[in-house]
Write a protein that binds this ligand. Structure first.
Ligand SMILES: [Ca+2]
Ligand SMILES: [Ca+2]
Ligand SMILES: [Ca+2]
Ligand SMILES: [Ca+2]
Length: 444
């Protein structure tokens, strides 16, 4: 149980400077990412009325903080939130926006909003969870993975279910938000992710978000219709993009990278996509609509630990694993550096796969070979003009494809032009001519 819901520490200098009472110290809307002296405030278990967080305060989560239905949590640019490590995994710290609650996290490129583990260790806290009222295929009373109501202390009046019938539901805004070292596990196969979206609707805006060194997935979607642009997944233990339970939003400009010196889960994929765990025909079917992804494994598909172990060597799994009756659309994307680029395993026949450039270290495909249009199996990363792509996502050049076919034959037929930027002329997340956007300072 959490106690002492008050200021737990205050940097006196800040308060002497502002010369006001303690609670006034935070009331400067400071957009600077370089706040030299921050005071500290512990967030309450429940945010039940509108609240604003400020950049000159470090906000501490000692357990789960729930944004209640009807309340809006506004987080100013440059704000830092730190989750405390809890040895009892059921009480892992996390920020949970419940159905009907909102988060307005408008960071900027110069002053991103940072949510991190206080101990700076992978899995040191839970992560950010958004729960909404959009459709899911498992009924509307499911409890989000990673929170166990039998063991976790859930405050009175707080619901941790997700899903409904409001596909344009609005959970707020996540823009220039970096979630670091998340993914605390509450039991086997039951983890929080850096970003968890449960039944989140298309009225929600998500762009420029990074999941950095999380202990499970970077971005996991359980049903819902939320659309996202400019997502970065950096060395997360399990999947970079994980779709389940009827998710069918749109994503454009997504990057997944791996650090080969780290250890990963037993099935680390760039994309993992299921209709549900049993491959049921429940509707709406999972069907993410994806364009302009750059999914990068390692030079030989090998990592230091975890992964798929064969002959004592640790391998990543698939660039994209579509399975268990899911559908999907994957176009204009680049996938390489995994043992297999694409695995179809009992996936639905309702898929669109085309205009991609792919390369598998062992083999391009495993399982059923997908049919599609204009798929280029690259003979090597050099063949698409990538110079030093392994872990080079912060370089201004490393992930820039400069050779045909990666900068030609791009196709947006069938994709919704009200969301997708259909003017881009390249595959993957990066132009061949401009500096790559992940080289900006908001990306760690
Ligand atoms: Ca997960
Ligand atoms: Ca996963
Ligand atoms: Ca999954
Ligand atoms: Ca996985």
């Amino acid at each position: 149980m959490k106690k002492n819901r008050f200021w737990v520490a205050v940097a006196l200098t800040t308060c002497f400077v502002c010369g006001l009472g303690l609670t006034s110290c935070s009331n400067e809307a400071d957009g600077s990412a370089n706040v030299s002296t921050r005071s500290t405030e512990e967030l309450a278990d429940v945010i039940s009325t509108d609240k604003t967080l400020y950049a000159d305060v470090t906000y501490v989560l000692t357990g789960k903080t729930y944004v209640a239905s009807g309340a809006t949590l506004t987080i100013n640019a440059g704000t830092r939130i730190e989750g405390v490590y809890n040895a009892n995994p059921d009480e892992a710290s996390a920020l949970v926006v419940t159905k009907g609650g909102k988060i307005m996290a408008n960071g900027t490129a110069a002053a991103p909003i940072i949510m991190t583990a206080q101990n700076g260790t992978k899995g040191g806290w839970g992560g950010l969870v958004l729960l909404g009222r959009a459709t899911v295929n498992q009924g509307n009373n499911g409890v989000i993975e990673g929170i166990d109501p039998d063991n976790t202390t859930i405050p009175a009046g707080i619901e941790v279910t997700y899903g409904g019938n409001v596909d344009n539901d609005n959970s707020g805004v996540l823009s220039y938000v970096r979630v670091e070292y998340a993914g605390a596990s509450i039991s086997l196969d039951n983890e929080l992710n850096a970003f968890t979206f449960g039944g989140v609707g298309s009225g929600t805006i998500v762009d420029h978000c990074q999941a950095y060194h999380g202990a499970d997935d970077a971005f996991e979607f359980f049903g819902g219709t939320v659309n996202c642009k400019y997502l970065v997944a950096t060395a997360n233990d399990d999947d970079s993009f994980d779709f389940d339970f009827g998710y069918r939003g749109m994503i454009q400009f997504g990057v997944a990278t791996i650090d080969p010196s780290l250890s990963y889960s037993s099935n680390p994929n760039g994309i993992e996509c299921d209709n549900d765990g049993s491959g049921s025909s429940l509707t709406p079917k999972t069907h993410p609509v994806l364009s302009n992804l750059t999914i990068v494994g390692t030079v030989d598909g090998i990592v230091a630990g975890g992964g798929v172990v064969s002959g004592g060597t640790h391998y990543l799994k698939d660039g994209a694993h579509f399975r268990r009756n899911c559908g999907f659309t994957l176009k204009n994307s680049i996938i390489y550096g995994f043992p297999y680029a694409i695995e179809l395993q009992n996936a639905s026949t309702e898929y669109t796969f085309g205009y991609n450039v792919i390369n598998g270290v062992t083999s391009t495909y495993t399982g059923t070979t997908p049919t599609g249009t204009s798929i280029t199996v690259a003979s090597s990363v050099a063949a698409i003009g990538l110079t030093t792509p392994w872990g080079g996502y912060k370089s201004t050049t490393a992930l820039k494809p400069v050779r045909i076919p990666a900068i030609s034959n791009v196709n947006f037929d069938g994709l919704d032009s009200s969301f997708f930027d259909t003017t881009v002329t390249y595959k993957g997340a990066f132009s061949g001519s401009e500096n790559i956007w992940t080289s900006a300072s908001w990306v760690l």
